[in-house]
Design a protein around this ligand. Structure first.
Ligand code: NOJ
Length: 559
């Protein structure tokens, strides 16, 4: 496929993310399942999305909600059967919706037979993992920290060795230098391709390339990450995986979740010439409310930083022919609407504005379940209501660092991953129309925010439909270049999308107060049309100065 075709393909697609545990419970056990998703296919079709990324529903002890896989080839009975999955794929396919599966290859569960065989002394499988002796002084093989808190090493059975786990101790890191591990990964992908899967998301893939000789870091978190992030072998092994599996089908779409990556690496991962991935998820724009880079200390979002990050990434990826995923939300983030907007007064306008700002950028939009009805964070009052392993660890670690129990709770409340994992709110029922039983995680605001109410008299879902349709019909959005506008403006995020002789501009006010702006002179008195407005604005040309209403979003195309 030539470059233009690849971009058009990616640029016209919109991907929806389903967190299966929380989408719809068909069998009344309080946990979402595959049959539940099948029951809601009409809802998904009505949003006009092209593909669905499903968080993992493979066999797993669920210590990290499915990111601890014990069998990559089977569906966990918690979610259904292989027959259910096949039915889901085929019912989606007839409606032109593809399936994207989550491939967790940096680590597997310690319950996986590979790890169990390694523990039993099988040398072949011991080579699948990073198993190392303690240092001469008896301390751990390196001083690395787990991303979920505590050391990154755990005792390897009753030997005197340790195994590496960058995440939970039940998630053992796989050694990608071992060609057998790489072959296993390709086989798994090819197995699911045969079942009709046409999309793959690669979990934290840029940390697979640890060096074979592991060394201590200087103790600084950023420097430590550099020891195992974005190393050259990640590109090498990705290219190899591409050739051995998904890259054999030009229709397949892939996205790599890239933790703390760089623009240069992201271009390398996604430039079609390199045959690595279609696109990457990056997270820098979602760290603008971290105080000194610390997720658990929340400050008001730094808007200038946000703009600068989005613009720099967008413009440089465009220049380097890279491609990225466009998103505010996923299962690891608190709801963006709660984070960036005044939801008490302007939930609808805020949701519409955020969607416009991100979805019309250059890339492929991802919508996380519930975003299209303006779901917000739950309002929990006790740490016991949280389920997530990272949140629970953080609560204890913060107290060890000197936080009071109350402050540790507030920190978790702001940033917990459970904020986005609450059940999809279908109705105003006490279990949100998600289940007939008490769900695994509690909803608190389904009485006012739910699908039934939204479809009856809401303005968010319709707005999402319009945005998605616009992307499909407007080449400026699917294929156009990007240029930042009003870089220094303190309230407005604005950009131009242009291609050949045509151009449109997107203006969004990120604040709950009016924002006045002066447009660059080249746009003045140029006739055109409003493609989208969340305040029903009608304009035939742009005036020299405009005052945007709270969270206003305006898309104007020049004739
Ligand atoms: C990223 C996933 O999105 C997250 O949910 C998970 O905990 C980690 N990777 C570890 O697999």
């Amino acid at each position: 496929m030539n470059k233009e075709k690849i971009l058009t393909k990616l640029g016209k697609k919109v991907i929806y993310q389903i967190y299966p545990k929380s989408f719809y419970d068909s069998d009344g056990d309080g946990i979402g399942d595959i049959r539940g998703i099948i029951e809601k296919i009409d809802y998904l079709i009505s949003l006009h999305i092209d593909m669905i990324w499903f968080n993992p529903f493979f066999i797993s002890p669920q210590n990290d909600n499915g990111y601890d896989i014990a069998d990559y080839y089977n569906i966990d009975p918690l979610f259904g059967t292989m027959a259910d999955f096949e039915e889901l794929v085929s019912k989606l396919r007839v409606n032109h919706i593809g399936v994207m599966l989550d491939m967790v290859f940096n680590h597997c569960s310690t319950s996986h037979p590979w790890f169990q065989k390694a523990l039993a002394g099988n040398e072949k499988y011991q080579k699948y993992f990073y198993i190392r002796p303690a240092k001469k002084d008896g301390t751990l093989p390196t001083n690395w920290k787990s991303k979920f808190g505590g050391p990154a090493w755990a005792k390897f059975g009753n030997t005197d060795k340790f195994y590496l786990h960058l995440y939970d101790p039940t998630q053992a890191d796989l050694d990608w230098h071992n060609p057998d591990v790489r072959k296993e990964a390709a086989n798994i992908i090819n197995f699911w391709r045969k079942k009709g899967v046409t999309g793959f998301r690669f979990d934290v893939f840029n940390v697979i390339g640890k060096s074979e000789i592991l060394t201590d870091s200087n103790g600084d978190e950023k420097d430590e990450k550099k020891l195992y992030t974005d190393t050259p072998v990640v590109h090498k092994y990705l290219h190899e995986l591409n050739r051995a599996s998904f890259g054999q089908d030009s229709e397949v779409i892939t996205v790599g979740e890239m933790s703390s990556t760089t623009i240069a690496n992201s271009i390398e991962y996604t430039n079609p010439n390199n045959q690595e991935l279609s696109m990457v998820f990056t997270f820098h724009h979602l760290k603008v409310d971290y105080k000194n880079g610390d997720k658990w200390q929340t400050i008001p979002p730094d808007f200038s930083k946000l703009k600068n990050l989005l613009f720099t990434w967008q413009e440089q990826l465009d220049e380097g022919n890279g491609w990225n995923a466009l998103f505010w939300n996923n299962h690891d983030q608190p709801r963006a609407l709660s984070r960036f907007c005044n939801t008490r007064k302007y939930r609808t306008q805020g949701a519409q504005m955020l969607a416009t700002a991100i979805q019309l950028l250059r890339g492929t939009p991802f919508i996380y379940q519930g975003e299209e009805i303006g779901m917000i964070d739950p309002d929990y009052s006790s740490i016991d209501e949280y389920v997530d392993i990272e949140s629970k660890n953080a609560y204890h670690i913060l107290q060890k660092k000197g936080f009071s129990a109350h402050d540790a709770f507030l920190a978790v409340k702001q940033k917990s991953r459970d904020n986005s994992r609450t059940p999809m709110q279908w109705t105003d029922d006490k279990y949100a129309g998600f289940s007939t039983q008490k769900p695994w995680l509690t909803s608190t605001n389904q009485y006012t925010i739910n699908v039934a109410a939204e479809l009856k008299h809401g303005e968010i879902f319709k707005f999402y439909q319009n945005l998605i349709t616009l992307r499909k019909n407007e080449p400026l959005i699917s294929d156009g270049h990007i240029k930042a506008l009003l870089r220094e403006d303190k309230h407005v995020f604005a950009y131009s999308r242009y291609l050949d002789d045509s151009e449109l501009i997107v203006l969004t006010n990120f604040y709950d107060e009016p924002a006045s702006l002066e447009l660059p002179s080249q746009y003045l008195q140029c006739p055109g049309t409003v493609l989208l407005s969340n305040y029903q604005r009608i304009l035939k040309e742009l005036p020299s100065s405009i005052t945007l209403k709270p969270y206003e979003a305006l898309v104007f195309k020049f004739n």
